[in-house]
Design a protein around this ligand. Structure first.
Ligand code: EPU
Length: 431
């Protein structure tokens, strides 16, 4: 198995480009099931999660072709309704197949994906929404069996105790676009990935009003057509690269991003004293080495994204002073903290708060990635640490960051993918 070896302490410098958004691409791939016509999807990131979704679509009967590393052609001429556990368990986002299957076939049988390391991730709100559309929902033998033979437009409220639900909104939208009558979705997620899905559905002929707001109105169509659609840039990758520049006191321009999707992060970085030059599609970070601690609370969009919380925690752990990072979306999403502590970070967890006494110079060590964003945080910590950091279980990273080590190398980082046998024995068993 591969690991990342990072020799920290290099100041990142240069220009880097962001790939397409994973969390937009996944529901957009699922939406291709809504038509029997071909859909060409562009600016798709080259990631293992995308390949999982392509395998699922093939299993459901679609013809899936990768025209080049970032362009896919999908044609779901005929489709079956059952997504099996062996594929679904590899990726939680598979739950967003339910909506398009219901729209297209009025029937869906999708396995429940099982546990997730970032905390409980129920889909009760998705199921409540489908029930409102007239579906009969039953959980049997690990599968969610949904009968949508009596589906009709309705009023659906998607709020939960942690706010709106992103994939829940995607699911309800994809069901509603082919459901007779008018559906109003209240407390819809406003994330840019949902806006992107709406835009793609519009190109397919769907009628949606209120795009980008928490109140969406969908007038169901009889059928949808194929499309040619390019996915938005990945705001979480962009944010991670900006934070990599900040943690190495670098001078980096992140290009092909959408600055308006990251306002909350940019605001925090400015508050932390980081000089930024912001243009619509690029942001330059030019560190002056004088960072201040900031408090951060994660919220649904346009608030500070939970998917950048771990990376921000890494930055604050090297920033002199006290900061508190509060996680409101997944209150136990702190799996990166014990690994950062192994590197010398001074962080205490109190409920959903990480209390960080920042400023310690981190010391490289073999560390274990637990999920996608935790992995990114550990890479950032490694870039700032003295001596070598060895990040293990990097398959998590490969789910969501395209060629991350190549992008960081091009900015001057000393990072390489090596076999885990390269980790010095003395670090694994110092005795
Ligand atoms: N929730 C419920 N019931 C539901 C649905 C959600 O209680 O039926 C709760 C969740 O447990 C969580 C909160 O509501 O506390 C928000 O969850 P949401 O449904 O919005 O998350 P998601 O749609 O499953 C997407 C992203 C995640 C990202 C979250 C929040 C994709 C494929 N995944 O998940 O991305 O953290 O939104 O922004 O779009 C990642 O990329 O690393 C990642 C985890």
């Amino acid at each position: 198995m591969d690991v990342l070896r990072i020799r920290g302490g290099r100041r990142l410098q240069g220009v880097v480009e962001v790939s397409g958004a994973k969390n937009a691409a996944l529901p957009i791939f699922a939406a291709t099931l809504l038509t029997s016509e071909p859909c060409t999807i562009r600016n798709v990131p080259d990631l293992s999660d995308i390949r999982f979704m392509a395998d699922l679509l093939k299993r459901l009967g679609a013809q899936v072709e990768r025209l080049d590393p970032h362009t896919w052609r999908i044609q779901a001429g005929s489709v079956t309704h059952r997504a099996p556990y062996e594929l679904v368990r590899k990726m939680r986002a598979s739950v967003c197949l339910m909506g398009p299957l219901l729209g297209r076939l009025r029937r869906s049988s999708v396995s429940l994906p099982g546990g997730c390391v970032i905390g409980p991730r129920p889909i009760d709100i998705h199921l409540k929404g489908f029930s409102k559309l007239g579906c009969v929902v039953d959980i049997s033998k690990g599968y969610v069996e949904i009968d949508g033979s009596r589906m009709a437009g309705a009023e659906v409220f998607l709020g939960g105790r942690h706010g709106s639900t992103v994939l829940g909104t995607a699911n309800l939208l994809m069901a509603a676009v082919l459901t007779p009558g008018r559906t109003r979705i209240e407390c819809a997620a406003c994330e840019p990935e949902i806006v992107d899905l709406c835009r793609m559905l519009e190109v397919m002929g769907a009628r949606i009003e209120g795009i980008g707001s928490p109140s969406l109105t969908v007038d169901g169509a009889d059928s949808l057509q194929g499309c040619d659609y390019a996915i938005i840039p990945d705001r979480i990758e962009a944010g991670t690269l900006l934070l990599a520049a900040a943690i190495t006191e670098g001078d980096v321009t992140v290009r092909k991003m959408c600055a308006s999707h990251l306002t909350a992060l940019l605001d925090k970085l400015e508050e932390a004293g980081l000089p930024l030059t912001v243009e619509p599609t690029q942001v330059r970070v030019r560190s002056n080495g004088r960072l201040r601690p900031v408090d951060v609370i994660t919220h649904p969009h346009p608030g500070f994204p939970t998917d950048l919380q771990a990376q921000m925690t890494a930055l604050m752990s090297v920033t002199p002073g006290l900061s508190i990072i509060t996680e409101k979306i997944y209150p136990s999403r702190f799996m990166h903290v014990p690994e950062l502590q192994r590197m010398g970070a001074d962080i205490a967890i109190d409920g959903a708060n990480a209390i960080i006494k920042g400023g310690n110079r981190l010391s490289g060590a073999p560390i274990m990635a637990s999920d996608l964003r935790a992995s990114a945080a550990l890479v950032l910590a490694g870039l700032a640490a003295n001596n070598d950091t060895w990040v293990q279980r990097i398959y998590h990273l490969d789910r969501g960051y395209e060629k991350i080590e190549e992008k960081l190398q091009a900015l001057g980082a000393d990072i390489e993918r090596v076999d885990q046998s390269a980790i010095p024995e003395s670090l694994l068993d110092p005795a």
